[in-house]
Design a protein around this ligand. Structure first.
Ligand code: SAM
Length: 402
């Protein structure tokens, strides 16, 4: 990549803050040093503030998921004479936030020296289920890129969104929209093409297809039609959050999105409290406050919450708090409520044996009031983890007492 070094001329103090790791007090020189270090690490995908390749007069650069930056080169004399960075809507909203990841910006133009990727001659007819980045365009595997380059068609949730990723990596393959409103019809189309011997990739807007995204029904239909499915693992927000959460519980339950309606959401949360596992939720920014309020109200207060927002992006934040403090933390700063969220709740506290007996008795009595003995015992065994025979004996005793 061609490098043109010079003093950055940032026309707006706030922009300087963004390009200086969120700290407007950092000098341009420091910005440059940080930039150089980051560029060295990521030269195949990153541009940085004072190391811009001035080959395009205008280049729309997208860091991720529609978070577009508009980079404009101002003045005719090149960067040393002046460059201005016009930061688009999303960035402006985050103006007071301190980025916690290096401020290198993956850009949405073909890279000068992409990793050498040959189209795999061995790509056989199949549906390739390909995970894509959840924010940072660098988070894609070499095998994913090789596959996307080698297929005949890419089925994607949003063709314009997919184009940004495909263009970024110089992938020139036709796309077909496959989203929640046309999934059945699109899947039929894919099956016809697969039966003709075509190689098709399935991607979603971000992360792993079928994980809180369209794709699962397509895969089911394609499997039922006897066509081959090839999974290509990669990013998923749930696993990304989990691996940084510090949660040490043996089990976790991926819940995904809770119901949007208040009553259904509260019922779902109440039912989850007895599950002996950490809970992993996805949530949208406009609902995060009310969801966290309900979680804090309905789950045991000894539990902890990990609020993971904007993972792999500029304003990534991973906060671990006692659950009862989470609502106040979100409310304390409007920035805390912005972006995309994974919420993880640590598993319920381990109870001592006398507490367990009380809890088991409560669960069994509640279920017996509504269900026949056999069913109540089966459910109580699943919920409490207590031995079935003991619960059956206790259920019969409780029945005879009533
Ligand atoms: N298929 C994706 C996956 O494998 O993670 C999930 C898609 S789902 C429609 C989108 C939700 O995932 C968001 O609302 C948010 O809860 C979570 N998510 C996606 N990207 C994220 C990110 N960068 N940081 C935090 N959460 C994210």
């Amino acid at each position: 990549m061609q490098m043109i070094l010079g003093e950055p001329v940032l026309r707006c103090q706030n922009n300087a803050a963004l390009f200086a790791g969120g700290d407007a007090r950092r000098s341009p020189a420091k910005v440059g040093v940080a930039a150089q270090a980051d560029f060295d690490k990521n030269s195949h995908i990153f541009f940085f503030a004072d190391q811009i390749q001035l080959t395009a007069a205008h280049a729309e650069i997208a860091r991720n998921n529609g978070q577009a930056l508009l980079l404009q080169i101002g003045g005719s004399g090149g960067f040393a004479c002046g460059a201005c960075f016009l930061l688009a809507r999303h960035r402006m909203r985050h103006m007071n936030e301190k980025p916690v990841v290096p401020v290198a910006v993956p850009v949405d133009v073909p890279v000068a020296n992409p990793p050498s990727l040959s189209t795999s001659p061995s790509l056989t007819p199949a549906l390739y289920v390909v995970a894509t980045p959840i924010g940072n365009l660098g988070d894609i595997t070499l095998r994913a890129l090789e596959t996307l380059r080698g297929v005949d068609l890419v089925a994607c949730e949003d063709t314009r969104h997919a184009k940004r990723l495909l263009d970024h990596y110089g992938v020139r393959v036709p796309t077909l929209a496959l989203h929640q409103h046309n999934e059945n019809a699109a899947a039929e189309k894919l099956i016809r093409l697969l039966l003709e011997g075509k190689r098709i990739a399935l991607i979603s807007d971000a992360g792993t297809p079928g994980v809180s995204d369209p794709g699962a029904r397509t895969v089911a239909a394609v499997r039922a039609a006897g066509c081959r499915i090839v999974p290509l693992p990669g990013a998923s927000a749930a696993i990304t959050a989990l691996c940084a959460s510090g949660v040490v519980d043996e089990h976790f339950l991926f819940v995904g999105f809770l119901p949007a309606k208040v009553g259904a959401r509260r019922t779902a949360i109440t039912a989850l409290d007895s599950v002996n596992a950490a809970l992993v939720f996805y949530e949208a920014p406009h609902r995060v406050l009310e969801t966290v309020r309900d979680l804090a109200e309905l789950l045991q207060p000894e539990r902890e919450i990990i609020i993971a927002r904007e993972l792999t992006k500029l304003f990534e934040q991973i906060e671990r708090l006692p659950l009862p403090q989470a609502f106040a933390w979100l409310e304390a700063d409007a920035n805390h409520q912005r972006g995309e969220f994974v919420l993880i709740i640590s598993a319920p506290p381990v109870k001592n044996s006398s507490e367990l007996e009380v809890e088991t008795e409560r669960v069994l009595t509640t279920l017996l009031a509504e269900l026949p003995v056999k069913q109540a015992v089966k459910l109580a065994t699943e919920i409490t983890g207590q031995p079935k025979n003991a619960l059956y004996a206790r259920a019969l005793a409780l029945k005879s007492e009533t």
